[in-house]
Design a protein around this ligand. Structure first.
Ligand SMILES: Cc1cc2nc3c(=O)[nH]c(=O)nc-3n(C[C@H](O)[C@H](O)[C@H](O)COP(=O)(O)O)c2cc1C
Ligand SMILES: CC(C)CC(=O)C(=O)O
Length: 316
């Protein structure tokens, strides 16, 4: 029998063997040259520690609080779309994992299980990630369904006016299934014989005109706290605080959007300094080990998101 995997990279290798190439490439790939994809991981390896010795570490409490919710450790689950492509139980299995770990799951707006299915599957603390569609009424309906079903916050993804150019998806003609959340509302089943169907889907339905003024619109349709995901600069961090968001997520979307943006760990400190403790700063991108999380916390993140790409989804 093969030895048990002992780290995320080894899980990823197993996922590569288990998944159809089209899906593995979708889950693991980045945009264009994948420069930022590599940098997200490599920038962590350039940060080293100055350890102090003879400190009593016999009792460790890793629990923390995010938006008033106590979680067992500063590790939350990032929104990742279409999880049933990796495992038949999809986002329900992820929610159960979040509940078992006593942490927060952010459900992707483009999930394969509905908000109702996820809500009734377990008592995990759930936030909903939001994409704003050209059909604003569809986005609004989903936000309101999430609110009715006990979701606790909205995480507005602000780095995806169009989908990043993911060349593996173009070559594979990546397909996009009909997403159950939108049945009867809008079709997500795009069929194009050219390139990535998922890219065609995003350019067809995502509202590329989304801008700062729309935070006001979002506030008008929900009472939930709003976090903004995709901040990489002090300028945008200051704006986010000015428009009154409840939290900021430093993220480059796992390097799947604009290539050649900085590794997120390189952008974290300037955002933390600009925010000055006014709202919590969360972080994702390139985390593969506990020491990566320690580095993000040391640079001022309140907690991190890890993405459940195939490594974990397939084998939890
Ligand atoms: C397969 C996959 C799907 C994703 N889907 C979404 C999504 O639907 N919404 C979103 O805001 N971010 C999405 N992301 C980005 C993640 O939330 C997160 O920002 C990123 O994966 C963190 O980087 P990491 O993968 O290196 O941990 C996705 C990432 C992956 C890998
Ligand atoms: C369906 C996609 C728009 C989901 C996403 O955000 C991603 O694949 O990065």
């Amino acid at each position: 029998m093969a030895a048990e995997p002992v780290n995320v990279n080894e899980f990823q290798e197993l996922a590569k063997q288990a998944l159809p190439k089209m899906y593995y490439d979708y889950f693991s790939g980045g945009a264009e040259d994948q420069h930022t994809l590599r940098e997200n991981v490599e920038a962590f390896s350039r940060i080293t520690f100055q350890p102090r010795i003879l400190v009593d570490v016999s009792k460790i409490d890793m629990s923390t609080t995010v938006l008033g919710f106590n979680i067992s450790s500063p590790i939350m689950i990032a929104p990742t779309a279409q999880q049933k492509l990796a495992h038949p139980e999809g986002e329900i299995a992820t929610a159960r994992a979040a509940a078992a770990c006593n942490t927060i799951m952010v459900l992707s707006f483009m999930s394969t299980c509905t908000v109702e299915e996820v809500a009734s599957s377990c008592n995990a603390i759930r936030f909903l990630q939001l994409y704003v569609f050209k059909r604003r009424d569809v986005s609004a309906q989903l936000v309101q369904r999430a609110e009715r079903n006990g979701f606790k916050a909205i995480v507005l993804t602000a780095d995806t006016p169009r989908l990043g150019r993911r060349e593996a998806d173009i070559k594979n003609r990546m397909v996009s299934p009909q997403l159950k959340n939108f049945e009867g509302l809008i079709s997500t089943e795009v069929v194009t014989d050219k390139g990535s169907n998922i890219e065609a889907l995003a350019s067809g339905i995502f509202d590329a005109s989304l801008s700062w003024k729309d935070i006001e619109w979002l506030r008008s349709i929900t009472n939930l706290p709003i976090l903004i995901k995709g901040v990489l600069t002090c300028e945008d961090a200051i704006k986010a605080v000015e428009v009154g968001v409840s939290g900021i997520v430093v993220s480059n979307h796992g390097a799947r959007q604009l290539d050649y943006v900085p590794a997120t760990i390189s952008a974290l400190e300037e955002v933390v300094l600009a925010v000055g403790g006014k709202v919590p700063v969360l972080f994702d991108g390139g985390i593969r080990r506990g020491t990566d999380i320690f580095k993000a916390l040391a640079l001022g993140a309140q907690a991190v998101f890890v993405s459940l790409s195939p490594p974990t989804v397939q084998f939890v």
